[in-house]
Design a protein around this ligand. Structure first.
Ligand SMILES: Cc1cc2nc3c(=O)[nH]c(=O)nc-3n(C[C@H](O)[C@H](O)[C@H](O)COP(=O)(O)O)c2cc1C
Length: 354
């Protein structure tokens, strides 16, 4: 196992257990990420998927990082900005030339890579980040999100510092064929041991929304956790209030959410490579399609609704644990509450074992 201290050594402002928000593109902005960092977690901004010279995504990211720096002015930031940025990498063109200079100029503390078209795509990116790290005295760690044993093995061979092990209860995009954390995490942990790579830190992601889930992930071999869906329902998250309400009012996530490529089809965002799908709340489009509506009709109705400024047909990406999310809270209350619940759950477990 990675030394339990290593995450805290790399990210000195963080508390145990280590908590990060997922870099949810469009939902994890500088304000959410800064709140997570201020509360003793590691905040991530969703950086996007387009790294070409023409992109506006990197320009916006540059602005977001500047605002994060202002919000975190009071934190002694050592040599880095205690914020990470996550990227969707299935089209890596331009990443090395255009994204790395932005990240390096802000001296971000973490870079998260997810959803490559082929496993090999990350190799050149990771090598370039590590080269910039060595040459530029830049204290940055590489996070790679993985959803299978094979993707985890490749990420370690390519030099990932942190594996974000994503189980199939997760909200949003993920491996179409993958197991839940209870199977995946221990197998990844054993594999790291066999590879002699126990210095790689492991975070669990997928269905964790409270201290109980956090304890479970730690028990399965994680050094810390990542949450996406839970952070959507915080006061700092810019996601629409209709989406927050849909999550709070949802229950029985194994039934009320579904893992499918169809969510992207209905809103014309079907650009992910075929090894990935996504989990979302079953909404109007999905239900109409199940009842026999053609894709063309469903897409047309979606476009009309969006043109009218209506949210009700938009996909609400969310994980299976929505039934345990009962209220909108601030990021600091959420993180403090989880830390307390971890301690009380461990104490009651220890009592049960006596
Ligand atoms: C709304 C939403 C957007 C997401 N966007 C991204 C993304 O842009 N990049 C990424 O690597 N993962 C993304 N994810 C997946 C997360 O990284 C993470 O694996 C997931 O949120 C963990 O499961 P949970 O939602 O049950 O906490 C997203 C998840 C959600 C819910």
């Amino acid at each position: 196992m990675a030394s339990p201290k290593s995450l805290q050594q790399w990210f000195r402002h963080t508390f145990t257990p280590f908590i990060a928000n997922a870099p949810m593109f469009g939902s994890a902005d500088y304000h959410l990420a800064s709140a997570v960092t201020k509360a003793g977690g590691l905040g991530f901004i969703g950086g996007g998927f387009d790294f070409t010279t023409e992109t506006t995504q990197l320009t916006k990211l540059n602005e977001q990082l500047g605002k994060a720096r202002s919000e975190l002015g009071s934190i002694p930031s050592l040599t880095s900005l205690p914020i990470g940025v996550g990227f969707i990498t299935f089209n890596p063109t331009g990443f090395i030339q255009n994204a790395i200079p932005v990240l390096q100029s802000h001296r971000v503390a973490g870079i998260w890579l997810s959803f490559p078209k082929s496993d090999e795509d990350h190799l050149l990116i990771i090598e370039a980040i590590k080269k910039a790290r060595a040459e530029g005295d830049w204290d940055v760690r590489v996070f790679v999100q993985v959803g299978t044993i094979q993707s985890a093995r490749v990420a370690v061979q390519q030099g990932a510092d942190v594996l974000v092990v994503q189980g199939s209860d997760a909200g949003g995009h993920q491996w179409a064929q993958g197991a839940s954390l209870i199977s995946l995490l221990p197998e990844v942990r054993d594999m790291l041991h066999e590879m002699g790579a126990s210095d790689v830190a492991v975070l669990g992601a997928g269905g964790i929304v409270d201290g109980r889930g956090c304890v479970a992930a730690l028990g399965l071999g994680a050094d810390g956790v990542v949450m996406g869906t839970r952070f959507l329902v915080t006061t700092e998250c810019p996601t629409p209030s209709t989406f927050k309400h849909a999550i709070i009012s949802g229950s029985d996530g194994g039934v009320s959410t579904v893992k499918s490529t169809r969510h992207d089809v209905f809103q014309s965002t079907d650009v992910f490579p075929r090894q990935y799908d996504g989990r979302a709340i079953i909404g109007i489009s999905y239900s109409e399609s199940q009842l026999g509506a053609s894709d063309d009709d469903v897409i047309q109705r979606y476009k009309e609704a969006v043109a009218n400024g209506e949210d009700h047909r938009r996909t609400v990406w969310a994980g299976t644990s929505i039934g345990s999310i009962k209220e909108l809270v601030s990021v600091s209350d959420l993180i403090q509450g989880i830390h307390q619940e971890v301690r009380s759950t461990l104490a009651s477990l220890s009592q049960k074992m006596q």
